[in-house]
Design a protein around this ligand. Structure first.
Ligand code: ADP
Ligand code: MG
Length: 311
């Protein structure tokens, strides 16, 4: 590209004789080089072809007669648009299509994004944790994300916001209420399709199980959930929101051995998010009616989660 543009560009005495056509050609090639190099540096970290820009860009064009310059600028603009459209077809639109597909597959609640989430009341550490999670590096060495806290403290909204951000950067995410996943897996098991159902879940880098703990009390449900956790262990990331601290997980898994085994796997590589804040809903209600007293609005500690964080 570089040599081609230099050859086409008129210089010295030739400049006087060169027609607008040649200049346009040079400008288009320069613009292409600029667009392609910009694209490459974004996509592959390759540095641009700056020489071309200097030769075919405005700096040289300044010395050309006005009429030529207009032609050159127009050509640069047209060249850029053409190259953009061309590159768009090949790379950008493929990426855009992929993200659109991931968005549909994720089934994240559409309103629960980072834009609608107010991190203001969260402790700085939690805010920092959420910012880091949104960057997605935790998916590289499969790490689970466990959000604990009382109802209404923003666990679901915060993890969905992270999920949305992951999807926009090309990661595959699935949001599913825990009770529904348990039912689906149970149905699959009855049809002898459990391995297939688990394989399908495997395609998602981040499986977000919402509200673990509100399960119908059934040994079968807890067993399939345990199977899922064992299956994903150290291979794929799991996100969990729960109002139940670990000491209460025997309500989910029902027998102490299964509970201990599940906790052991889930926390082995995990980020623990403690939503030690007052309920957002109660906060909002109080803002509208400050006289209203709300029992138990004070945040409660989540001792088990703290224990794990200290390990
Ligand atoms: P949890 O999952 O902890 O029970 P949710 O995430 O469902 O809580 O939050 C309860 C409601 O309050 C939701 O409507 C949610 O969108 C809203 N909410 C919670 N925390 C925030 C926040 N920090 N900023 C904006 N809305 C919030
Ligand atoms: Mg929730």
């Amino acid at each position: 590209n570089e040599t081609a543009a230099v050859k086409v560009l008129p210089n010295g005495a030739q400049q006087q004789r060169a027609g607008v056509d040649d200049l346009e050609k040079a400008a288009v090639i320069g613009a292409k080089a600029r667009a392609v190099s910009g694209l490459q540096s974004r996509l592959f970290g390759v540095d641009g072809v700056r020489a071309i820009e200097r030769v075919a860009g405005n700096r040289r064009a300044d010395q050309f007669p006005h009429r030529w310059r207009l032609g050159a600028e127009g050509a640069v603009a047209r060249g850029l648009a053409a190259v953009d459209a061309q590159c768009g077809d090949v790379r950008f639109s493929a990426a855009r299509r992929r993200v659109a597909r991931l968005r549909r597959a994720a089934q994240l609640p559409p309103g629960k994004t980072a834009q609608t989430f107010d991190p203001g009341r969260l402790p700085p550490r939690l805010r920092q944790q959420l910012r880091e999670l949104a960057e997605g590096r935790f998916l590289e060495t499969p790490t689970n994300v466990l959000a604990f806290g009382l109802p209404g403290t923003g666990k679901t909204h915060a993890l969905c916001a992270v999920g949305h951000q992951l999807v926009e950067t090309g990661h595959s995410v699935l949001f599913v209420p825990a009770y529904r996943l348990a039912q689906d897996l149970l149905a699959a098991k009855r049809d002898l399709q459990l391995p297939r159902a688990l394989r399908k879940l495997d395609q998602f880098e981040f499986l977000l199980l919402d509200d673990l703990g509100y399960l119908p009390q059934g040994a079968d449900e807890s067993q399939v959930l345990f199977t899922l956790m064992a299956e994903r262990y150290e291979r794929r990331s799991l996100g969990i929101t729960s109002n139940l601290v670990f000491s209460q997980w025997d309500k989910i898994f029902q027998n102490p051995m299964a509970t201990a085994a599940a906790i052991d796997r889930v926390v082995h590589h995990a980020v623990i998010l403690e939503f030690d804040v007052p309920s957002y809903r109660i906060n909002q209600a109080q803002q509208h009616d400050p006289q209203r007293s709300v029992p138990n609005a004070e945040p409660q500690k989540v001792p088990d989660a703290k224990e794990v964080n200290r390990q």
